[in-house]
Design a protein around this ligand. Structure first.
Ligand SMILES: CNc1ncnc2c1ncn2[C@@H]1O[C@H](/C=C/CNC(=O)c2cc(-c3ccc(F)cc3)cc(O)c2O)[C@H](F)[C@H]1O
Ligand SMILES: [Mg+2]
Length: 214
């Protein structure tokens, strides 16, 4: 039967990227998505904004919601110190299988813990099961209607400390209006919009960076 888009993306990585070289993995995916087949990775333009926020926060613990093929997982992991931990959640097993191989090709397995399951089920287990006290950085890139409920769930589970940073993809396209309204108007957050474009297109999109004030 016909291959899936993630399978074709992985094949492009294994064909064009150098094993153990994360930058070549990122470049191979961006070229595949720009010139062969679009896929919903954060991409190169928004990826640079992601990189600058990761470098600024210099997080010891990171949570990513929505691994997909592992593109942003690799971008983030590459910038983390060796003892830092990146937990990424993905509930589609077919995507998880691909993401694990992309992360391995980039040589980032040590820093990445890909957990299969739903954020709604796993967030409440972060403390006891993964020994996480709080997350220094959370990258939200899963179903857009789940950004708000999961942000509130992380608050309720005590996973956000003073200074924790939420960075959300796609706040314009496809958009997450209820989340945007919440973080921009809640006294618990200081929020900032980074205008950019939808990956590999000229359509407007952007990232919202929201610092939890505790
Ligand atoms: C709900 N809890 C979840 N827990 C674990 N994994 C999850 C959960 N929910 C989803 N996943 C997992 O996270 C991923 C979901 C990514 C969704 N992303 C998008 O839809 C998305 C869409 C566009 C887009 C823009 C314009 C257009 F014309 C078409 C598409 C652009 C983007 O950058 C996106 O990120 C994965 F697929 C799903 O299994
Ligand atoms: Mg996205």
């Amino acid at each position: 039967t016909r291959s899936t888009r993630p399978q074709r993306l992985l094949a492009a990585v294994q064909k064009n990227a150098t094993r153990g070289d994360p930058r070549s993995v990122v470049k191979a995916i961006d070229e595949f998505c720009r010139y062969t087949e679009w896929a919903m990775n954060v991409g190169d333009e928004k990826g640079c904004i992601l990189d600058s926020v990761v470098s600024e926060v210099n997080p010891a613990t990171v949570l990513e919601l929505g691994t997909y093929c592992g593109y942003s997982t690799v971008r983030i992991a590459t910038l983390l110190p060796p003892d830092a931990k990146l937990i990424t959640l993905e509930f589609n097993p077919d995507f998880a299988v691909i993401a694990r191989q992309v992360i391995a090709w980039a040589g980032q397995e040590e820093k990445v813990h890909l957990v299969e399951g739903s954020s709604g089920d796993l967030i409440p287990k972060m403390k006891e099961q993964f020994g996480v006290k709080s997350f220094d950085l959370v990258f939200l890139d899963h179903w857009k209607d789940r950004y708000l409920p999961d942000a509130k769930l992380m608050e309720e589970c005590g996973l956000l400390g003073k200074g924790s940073v939420l960075l959300a993809d796609n706040v314009i396209c496809p958009g997450s209006p209820d989340y945007l309204d919440y973080v921009r108007n809640s006294p618990k957050y200081r929020s900032q919009y980074f205008k950019s474009h939808l990956e590999y297109t000229k359509v407007e999109d952007g990232l919202e960076k929201s610092v939890f004030l505790g």
